[in-house]
Design a protein around this ligand. Structure first.
Ligand code: FAD
Ligand code: EPU
Length: 337
């Protein structure tokens, strides 16, 4: 374990923002992690996974702990289900591919989401009709203040839309070290009704899709609208989709008859923030080195050497404009540091 000084975080965040970490350490064993946690002379610590859900707006004057714990194993199985444990530093998409190759079902709709397995519970990652909570069994985490590993069950995690206990009471207090998943061994539940999955499968002439077919369809859809961070810096959806009251929605319908919505409860609907941002005129807008993606208005992008503060300012302008036009406060999904 080596603590390095003055390291650029540019290769460690998918926005590609060039800020400096005063101290940086990559940990690949629990022992090394425990050792780092107990170091008294670094009170200010930042946990870093794949860096795909953060906007770095300034240099970090503390210790960045890069989670690089690796390993995937089958813990137990019965005739129908398997419990798989993946260490926190495993790449999420590679884990999904490992599951598909073993014909373990449940995570195929979550294909191609960047980031680490250990970060997935934090915002309960979701896409194409499936959320992490649907396959989550438990996770292990070390408190930053001690070395006693704690197990969080699904109930403990209090999962919601882009939300969990790790964004509430436990925020910034734990390092997730591994996640256990409950996956199907056969008769996989196929989630194909969301978005354009069915039409994508039909285009390929597939009527009875395998989990591999679903994964491929999801990958094709994602590649058609989301920018590849290796080519254009971004952090996926910058904002969450807002939930508003049905009465607020009905009043908006008078002026915006084409506003889309998804039911949440009897009194609430979810509105796609991408639609609000597009309607506000930002889709495809470029401001020098940064802007709003031309195919997905919910994604802010770094075309080159943008500063995190430029992108933060743009996000605030978008929030203000959406609030003025629709009376809706959209909240950042990305962690701003
Ligand atoms: P990081 O950015 O490294 O960290 C995020 C936060 O978690 C930070 O606050 C960090 O301090 C903390 N953290 C990191 N690791 C740990 C740990 N082990 N223990 C405790 N805290 C930790 N998300 C979706 O839900 N659905 C999508 O469809 C989706 N699509 C995306 C598409 C693109 C192109 C991109 C760039 C991002 C997308 N995202 C999506 C967002 C992102 O991939 C997820 O939020 C992912 O889980 C972030 O993982 P990470 O390891 O990169 O997190
Ligand atoms: N839309 C527009 N203009 C746009 C973009 C979207 O009008 O530029 C409207 C359209 O009506 C479209 C609808 O928004 O039908 C939904 O768009 P899309 O299917 O692209 O999904 P999203 O709501 O924008 C969410 C997640 C994504 C996830 C996809 C697929 C959030 C904040 N984002 O995006 O997650 O991949 O659904 O399930 O919930 C992420 O979290 O980083 C992320 C990429």
């Amino acid at each position: 374990m080596q603590i390095k000084q003055n390291i650029s975080l540019k290769p460690y965040n998918t926005f590609g923002i060039d800020v400096i970490a005063k101290h940086f350490v990559s940990v690949d064993t629990i022992e090394a992690l425990n050792e780092v946690i107990s170091l008294q002379n670094y009170p200010n610590k930042l946990i870093l996974g794949g860096g795909s859900n953060m906007l770095l707006t300034k240099n970090f004057d503390g210790l960045v702990i890069h989670i690089n714990l690796k390993g995937i194993e089958v813990l137990s199985e019965d005739d129908n289900f398997v419990t798989v444990r993946a260490q926190a530093g495993e790449n999420w998409h590679e884990f999904v591919l490992w599951c598909i190759n073993n014909d373990f079902g449940g995570v195929e709709n979550l294909s191609l989401i960047p980031g680490n397995v250990g970060t997935a519970p934090i915002q309960n990652i979701g896409a194409y009709g499936v959320e992490l909570k649907d396959v989550f069994e438990s996770c292990e985490a070390i408190p930053l203040e001690s070395k006693t590993i704690k197990t969080f069950t699904k109930t403990d995690c209090n999962f919601g839309y882009r939300n969990s206990i790790f964004k509430q009471d436990a925020k910034g207090k734990f390092i997730i070290t591994s996640v256990d998943f409950r996956l199907t061994k056969h008769s996989h539940k196929r989630h194909v009704n969301y978005g354009t999955i069915i039409s994508e499968l039909e285009n390929q002439g597939i009527k009875n899709p395998t989990i591999k077919d679903i994964s491929k369809a999801v990958i094709a859809i994602r590649e058609s609208k989301l920018p590849n961070p290796k080519e254009i810096g971004n952090s996926g959806s910058f904002f969450k989709n807002p939930v508003i009251s049905k009465s607020h929605f009905d009043s908006l319908l008078k002026n915006f008859s084409d506003i889309p919505s998804y039911p949440v409860s009897d009194n609430e609907v979810k509105v796609p923030a991408g639609w609000l941002i597009e309607k506000a005129g930002f889709k495809g807008k470029r401001f020098g080195n940064y802007g709003v993606h031309k195919k997905q208005a919910l994604v802010l992008v770094n075309y080159g050497e943008a500063k995190g503060s430029d992108i933060l300012d743009l996000s605030k302008l978008i929030q203000k404009t959406v609030e003025r036009l629709f009376g809706i406060a959209i909240e950042a999904e990305v962690n701003i540091l």
